[in-house]
Design a protein around this ligand. Structure first.
Ligand SMILES: Nc1ncnc2c1ncn2[C@@H]1O[C@H](COP(=O)(O)OP(=O)(O)OP(=O)(O)O)[C@@H](O)[C@H]1O
Length: 589
């Protein structure tokens, strides 16, 4: 279960590393090497800023130089034009970076994958030309000899190094705090499967916005400090391609989605590229770009997730006992508690009126109306392409209907985003399973628990209950990537359950399972119904469905063909013709 490592075990190595780095300034006397020692933490902080957005949420940014450059220019211009000390300028630059996060994030989050990455690339390129056009080809920070320390100017160069180390400590602490909070787990869930995260109740848009705001703020603040070190700011030095590449490379080399990644990457790559630049820069121009290019190729080939994870995985393999073999059927097969069919006058929990949805001329759902009563198990059946999954996508907010009403407990939910529908009490599973493969079973389920819980402890309790209910409470630490089909189906149900739904939409939950596994799932579904959860299930496995559901609705070509008790629907000639086929009629006779 999402139990962060003990705080002391996380913080002690960080504190030890920072102390050693700070100590190095006492031992190194060469001013050039001192400068390199100062620059390493600066790029590490910039990498940590990139990591907060791209490492944890998976939204790869090729344009973090926009934040860095804005911070650098904010500090330099405030100092040069209005005599504002960097002590004030750097926090203000941080705030400016947060604002830039909103301005950049709001339009750019409409794009996904490569399109997002490329759109991010456009911002620093545009800003570079804006600053050139404004005439800020070169902004120098004035020297203040009389009151230097008040303006972050020190005769003792080691002080810059110690400030850089302090900033690195702050950035690592921020990253650790994010990792240990539900916010961090939400970001990782988004990275692994954004649709599943949204359906599990996470407001993915808001979560990503908070991430880019934090990331932008940190990148701008460290850009501001970089200006203090450089003393001269030029557009190419702070908005250039190499700057964005640097954040990305140090993190990808060191390890994404860990506070140590950007630190490892900077400690290895920055001194290497600086020394090569100093020694060979005159004969081989652009040697720094070569070092970063080579680092990226090495990472892709040897350790796609970075050095940290390569070492961590190797150590974990050594230490961990062999993983238990996943058995075919390990969930409970004991009988579900008896349940009585809901009364005919039980309150309606979900009502659909005249629902329609077309995809460029194809009428996937047409004028559909039906209601589900509290405590009912409703089966939705129909031939392939009849519109069953589209109905679910309309119900949980993945699609917006062209016309019609959807009422959940009397409230219209048309136009609501999936996380809101989930929080309102409608959980869902998917036809194609959408686990978060690098999370454990427990963490997969815990993500669902965030929808309606306030504290981590509460979320843990709800998660444990959901896992018990589906019978997965023994396997909680297994990674979802290596589960059997049955375990995956159960885990998906548990994740939906952790959102404490009053109605659960199950999309082909029995698909691809053998007869014994189907029996396990039937027990689990009946158990949920006995708990008072209303179930709507899409399924083709008719022999199981007739034993499970109270009522069927049958869809054909996007329209409602028939509706009623299983025995009646099975005998309906129109249903036999459109879906069941003559074979079923003979078997039934
Ligand atoms: N996003 C989409 N864009 C275009 N067409 C779509 C989209 N989603 C579904 N369709 C089409 O709408 C129709 C209904 O699809 P849907 O997936 O709802 O059927 P289904 O009854 O769930 O089928 P199955 O039993 O095979 O899962 C199909 O013809 C499908 O190709």
């Amino acid at each position: 279960m999402f139990v962060p490592r003990p705080l002391l075990r996380t913080v002690l190595p960080v504190a030890a590393f920072l102390a050693l780095w700070a100590l190095a300034f006492l031992l190194v006397t060469n001013s050039y090497y001192r400068l390199v020692l100062t620059i390493v933490p600066i790029w590490a902080v910039f990498g940590l800023a990139w990591n907060l957005l791209s490492g944890y949420s998976g939204l790869i940014s090729f344009g973090h130089a926009s934040f860095f450059g804005l911070g650098a220019y904010a500090v330099a211009l405030a100092f040069a034009e209005w005599h504002v000390s960097p002590w004030i300028g750097i926090p203000v630059a941080g705030l400016l970076g947060c604002l830039a996060g909103v301005v950049i994030g709001v339009p750019t989050f409409r794009l996904r994958g490569h399109y997002f990455a490329l759109a991010m690339l456009a911002y620093p390129l545009a800003l570079l030309h804006v600053f050139l056009w404004l005439g800020y080809q070169e902004v120098s920070l004035p020297m203040r000899r009389e009151d230097g320390p008040a303006f972050m100017q020190f005769a003792d160069a080691r002080i810059y190094g110690w400030i850089a180390v302090a900033l690195l400590g702050g950035a690592m602490a921020l990253t650790i705090a994010v990792e240990r909070a539900r916010f961090g787990l939400s970001l990782i869930a988004i990275k692994q499967n954004e649709a599943a995260a949204e359906a599990a109740g996470i407001d993915t848009w808001r979560t990503k916005l908070v991430a880019i705001v934090m990331s932008g703020g940190l990148a701008s603040a460290i850009g501001g400090f970089y200006a203090v070190i450089l003393l001269v700011v030029t557009p190419e030095a702070v908005f250039g391609m190499l700057v964005s590449a640097q954040a990305l490379t140090v993190t990808m080399f060191g390890g994404i989605a860990t506070p140590w990644g950007p630190v490892i990457g900077s400690v290895v790559l920055i001194p290497l590229s600086e020394v090569l630049q100093a020694e060979l820069g005159a004969t081989i121009p652009g040697i720094q770009g070569f070092v970063f290019g080579a680092a990226i190729i090495a990472v892709v080939l040897v350790a796609p997730e970075g050095v940290f994870w390569r070492v961590a995985d190797a150590l974990a393999r050594r230490r961990a006992p062999p993983a238990p073999e996943a058995s075919a059927v390990e969930a409970p097969t004991d009988a579900a508690p008896p349940r009585t069919q809901p009364a005919a006058d039980a309150p309606v929990i979900l009502e659909v009126r005249n629902l329609s949805k077309s995809f460029s001329g194809l009428r996937a759902v047409q004028q559909m109306s039906f209601a589900v009563r509290q405590g009912e198990i409703l089966g939705i059946i129909g031939p392939n392409g009849a519109g069953k999954t589209t109905v679910f996508n309309l119900l949980n907010g993945f699609l917006r209907p062209d016309e019609g009403e959807i009422l959940l407990e009397g409230r219209s939910i048309v136009g609501w985003r999936p996380h809101k529908v989930c929080r309102a009490g409608a959980g869902r599973t998917f036809q194609i399973m959408r686990p978060f493969p690098r999370l454990t079973i427990a963490d997969n389920v815990m993500v669902g628990a965030f929808a309606r819980t306030r504290t981590l402890d509460e979320a843990r309790a709800v998660t444990a209950d959901a896992l018990r209910l589906v019978g997965l409470d023994r396997d909680v630490r297994q990674l979802a990537g290596g589960l059997t089909n049955l375990q995956l189906r159960l885990m998906e149900i548990a994740r939906a359950l952790a959102g404490q739904p009053r109605i659960l939409l199950l999309d082909e939950t029995l698909a691809g399972l053998g007869a014994p596994e189907v029996e396990v799932l039937l027990v689990v579904i009946r158990r949920l119904a006995a708990r008072g959860i209303t179930i709507v299930i899409i399924e083709h496995t008719m022999h199981a469905m007739v034993r499970l559901v109270d009522r069927f609705i049958v869809l054909d070509h996007g329209a409602l063909l028939s509706e009623g008790a299983p025995a009646d629907v099975m005998r309906n000639p129109a249903v036999i013709e459109a879906y069941l086929g003559k074979k079923w009629q003979r078997a039934d006779a």
